[in-house]
Design a protein around this ligand. Structure first.
Ligand code: BJ8
Length: 430
């Protein structure tokens, strides 16, 4: 099996030497962060297997799809409507960009003061270490932030790229622009795949993706229990995997996990003792294998019960209305659902502040940790408004800015522990 994989990676133009180092580092990290946890739900076994075979079976599936004439479309942002790719018989995959391994490779081209997510994704292509990038026929970028949109121009020198223009406001004019972008994306995908997207096909694809969103919603709702039946790290992993696993299988496996968690909740079984401090993490997305903050929080005596992020609620909390309407009507529904995502690239972005407060209340958190990837200016600036709003609401907040390296782990852990200490004090003395 291992030899088969090597042959496959070689055929794909992977730099085997670098790739060995990458996979060699992942195993011990996963062991330390994930497999060492106690009382994990048995249903996590599937997701552990997916990580254990991260560049194996799923890559093979994508290659078989490609050999049969199918197309693979890679994305970096939850704004790209994956339904259109499914509807045209393609497979969408969200590329991960959560390791610092590929950053030095990217820094040969991109400025060092660029966010880790951008550098990590670009480095994967430049260094030829990611089989998912190599399998993709098209990469779809977006204009959500300046760093990303400029990186996509350079990435286009290495692989076909289509960039969607995401507006910065949610006015009527912006909504119209976005609907045009979604319609253009449909045309691009039809041309790429050679398949027409019909109303029927789009309705089927919408149902498929909604089913996965509903399974993830179910998982997130179960985390509201006290004691919490699953660790934040495990829930984050499930969400991360939902970006690239087969949608039908993934939905089924999340529901199997949730069936088990239902029983745990009914029996009052948790992974942490009852009344362990509960944390909402809000901010920049965390792509595989970025588990740093969750790990630090959970070894400091708290549990993460929700993520207001694109590897959290922004990914699945809103469904696309399922209608058997015309293609035009469905495209409109699709565009409306996606523009409703409250990313910090929008101005104003009051909706995100409302979401954080609502989620903090719903999940009964003791505090919020705002997670900002270093050099991400949209989230960094918006954190001031988050701070103001949470102060008004009386919700404790800790702001963290970091990157993918573990160099600051000790310092962050000290800050998190100090924050958790303050949560033990009555609100009036905090
Ligand atoms: S919808 S959060 S996935 S853009 S962290 S690259 S913003 S400098 S990732 Fe995002 Fe879409 Fe928004 Fe979500 Fe730029 Fe910031 Fe880096 Fe970012």
């Amino acid at each position: 099996m291992a030899n088969d994989n090597r042959e496959m990676w070689k055929e794909m133009g992977i730099d085997l030497e670098k790739h060995d180092v990458l996979l060699g580092a992942l195993g011990p990290i996963f062991q330390e962060i994930y497999l060492s946890q106690k009382d994990r739900p048995a249903g996590m076994g599937f997701f552990d297997f997916v990580v254990g075979d991260i560049h194996g079976i799923r890559v093979k599936e994508l290659r078989e799809h490609a050999k049969a004439g199918g197309k693979v479309v890679a994305t970096y942002c939850v704004f790209v409507p994956e339904e259109l790719v499914w509807a045209a018989g393609g497979i969408p995959i969200g590329l991960c960009a959560g390791t610092d391994f590929s950053i030095p490779i990217a820094e040969k081209v991109l400025p060092r003061n660029t966010c880790a997510l951008i550098k990590s994704s670009f480095g994967f292509k430049l260094g030829r270490v990611c089989p998912y990038v190599q399998t993709s026929h098209l990469i779809v970028g977006e204009t959500t932030c300046d760093g990303k949109k400029k990186m996509f121009e350079i990435l286009a020198q290495h692989q076909p790229v289509h960039v969607m223009e995401v507006p910065n406001k949610k006015t009527e004019a912006s909504r119209k622009l976005w609907l045009d972008e979604v319609t253009t994306f449909k045309d691009v995908i039809e041309k790429l795949t050679g398949n027409k997207i019909t109303a029927e096909k789009l309705a089927e694809a919408t149902h498929l993706v909604n089913q996965r969103r509903m399974a993830l919603q179910r998982l997130y709702n179960l985390r509201k229990a006290n004691p919490v039946p699953i660790s934040g790290k495990d829930a984050l992993l499930v969400t991360q995997i939902s970006f690239y696993d087969d949608a039908k299988r993934d939905t089924q496996m999340i529901n199997v996990l949730c069936d088990e968690l239902d029983k745990r909740v009914a029996q009052g079984v948790g992974v942490f003792p009852k009344n362990t401090p509960r944390i909402l993490v809000s901010g920049s997305p965390m792509a595989i294998p970025n588990w740093k903050l969750h790990h630090l929080i959970e070894i400091s005596g708290a549990v993460v019960v929700c993520e207001e992020s694109c590897t959290g609620t922004r990914h699945f909390s809103k469904l696309v209305p399922e209608t058997d309407g015309s293609l035009e009507k469905q495209l409109k529904n699709l565009a409306e659902r996606y523009i409703d995502i409250n990313c910090a690239c929008f101005t104003p972005n009051e909706g995100r502040l409302d979401d954080i407060v609502r989620l903090a209340r719903e999940c009964k958190v003791d505090g919020v940790i705002h997670y900002n990837l270093q050099f991400c200016h949209t989230y960094a600036n918006e954190s001031y408004l988050v701070e103001q709003r949470l102060a008004e609401e009386g919700i404790p907040l800790l702001k963290i800015e970091t990157d993918y390296s573990m160099e600051d782990a000790g310092q962050l852990k000290t800050r998190i522990e100090a924050f958790l200490e303050t949560l033990k004090q009555p609100a009036c003395v905090r």
